[in-house]
Design a protein around this ligand. Structure first.
Ligand code: CMC
Length: 388
């Protein structure tokens, strides 16, 4: 019996009129958090273009914008900074877990487990009230950089650096990662990366967060699921994969032949293509400039040249443009950050968008429960195990 071959006759077009694989054509939510015009290459967070935010906003201002759908005044921004600073510490149980991890563990897997553990000591864990949601959003945003930096220190045999009760998220992350306070340029670059990765419509991880939320489950569960979704190489995991690809190249590599070879073998070039953008991702435009400057600063200009050659070949061969993950890899690498941390840094920023969507979903909730097109058989007779 080959049930799938018989499937078309079993489909009832009245019951299942349309199946959209990948949900490409489905609008399942309304949101005030962000807007993408994929044809024009435009991205807006709650009214402000990504270019405006990249020029003027800090990550903390973007967090406030996403959570409240307006910019904070000075007192509100100061209060948010103070709230984040006060919440940077992580529970002893999480520190003990990080110390017990295998140094070869994948950072996103460790982050996923550690974030899930945070619920255990969060006094608001099961409180579904609006104020508790905001407190949890601040706590998660404050603690994720501490977890990522602590894991990196531990796996490299270094002491964990206690977060400072001062400074920005970007500043503290670099401080905890490197054990020394960063210069203002490094802080600004990291801050800009956080601004650029904070929010992006109904991407797979945000969808995951909203789907978990729609069952009225707690914020930690939604964020844990979102981290798992972001980890995949078709989503946030692409930035690490881009760096691995660049690290496989050397000065004699014929980049055109390299790209063509991959395409002929039907392999994806990581950091290219997008479900929504049909032109240059505007975040890639910003990161391209940063990548060029930083690679030159640290004497790794070859990385930028290789990236540009890949970009040109992809455009000529497939007419596909880069996404946010392509140049961010060179930016982080030039900052001396280990490639396998890049997706976790993405998560450290996207927590603002996930939690904003979680709160928005909760305020206008309906269970997310699509249908499936059944392709299997029906009415089979039972065969006892000894007769199969
Ligand atoms: N390299 C080579 N070919 C590609 C690529 C790529 N990176 N992306 C798309 N294509 C081709 C694909 O092979 C297909 O060609 P054809 O029609 O000839 O079979 C066509 O473009 C459509 O691609 P698709 O995979 O059906 O498009 P999708 O909308 O389902 O997937 C995507 C979007 C992002 C998963 C895909 O472009 C991809 O796998 N890119 C590489 C991974 C990546 O960089 N992911 C990060 C996405 S942006 C940041 C984020 O959200 O995390």
């Amino acid at each position: 019996m080959e049930p799938n071959k018989a499937a078309p006759t079993l489909i009832d077009p009245e019951l299942y009129p349309y199946c959209d694989k990948g949900l490409e054509g489905i609008v399942a939510f309304s949101s005030r958090k962000s807007f993408i015009d994929g044809a024009k290459g435009e991205l807006i967070y709650a009214g402000y273009s990504i270019e405006t935010l990249a020029e003027h906003a800090t990550f903390e201002e973007v967090c406030y914008l996403l959570w409240h759908e307006r910019l904070p005044d000075q007192a509100e921004l100061d209060a948010l900074h103070a709230g984040l600073q006060a919440e940077r510490g992580i529970p002893e149980t999480v520190t003990a877990y990080l110390k017990s991890t295998n140094p070869k563990s994948e950072p996103m897997s460790v982050l996923r487990t550690a974030v899930s553990m945070l619920a255990d000591e969060d006094p608001d864990a099961e409180d579904m009230g609006a104020e508790a949601q905001l407190r949890k959003a601040i706590r998660l945003t404050a603690k994720m950089p501490t977890i990522i930096a602590a894991f990196d220190r531990v796996r490299n045999g270094k002491d964990i650096v206690t977060p400072l009760a001062k400074g920005s998220t970007a500043y503290n992350f670099l401080y905890m990662l490197n054990g020394e306070e960063p210069g203002s340029h490094a802080e600004r670059v990291m801050d800009l990366c956080l601004v650029l990765h904070a929010e992006h419509g109904m991407n797979a991880s945000t969808f995951t967060a909203r789907a978990v939320c729609s069952t009225m489950s707690d914020m930690h569960s939604a964020v844990t699921g979102a981290i798992g979704s972001l980890k995949g190489p078709l989503h946030g995991g692409a930035n690490t994969a881009v760096m691995e690809m660049l690290m496989d190249l050397h000065e004699d590599t014929d980049i055109v032949a390299f790209v063509k070879g991959k395409l002929e073998r039907k392999e994806k070039i990581m950091g290219f293509g997008h479900r929504v953008y049909k032109t240059f991702d505007p975040r890639a435009t910003q990161l391209r400039i940063l990548a060029k400057d930083l690679a030159r600063e640290v004497g790794k200009e070859y990385l930028y040249h290789w990236s540009e050659a890949i970009l040109k070949t992809m455009k000529e061969e497939k007419n596909i443009d880069p996404n946010v993950d392509f140049f961010s890899a060179t930016v982080y690498y030039s900052m001396g950050i280990m490639p396998d941390l890049y997706t976790a840094i993405f998560a450290m920023s996207r927590i603002s968008g996930w939690t904003a969507h979680y709160i928005e979903q909760l305020n206008n909730n309906r269970l997310i429960r699509p249908r499936q097109l059944y392709l299997g058989a029906k009415g089979l007779d039972w065969t006892p195990v000894e007769a199969r």
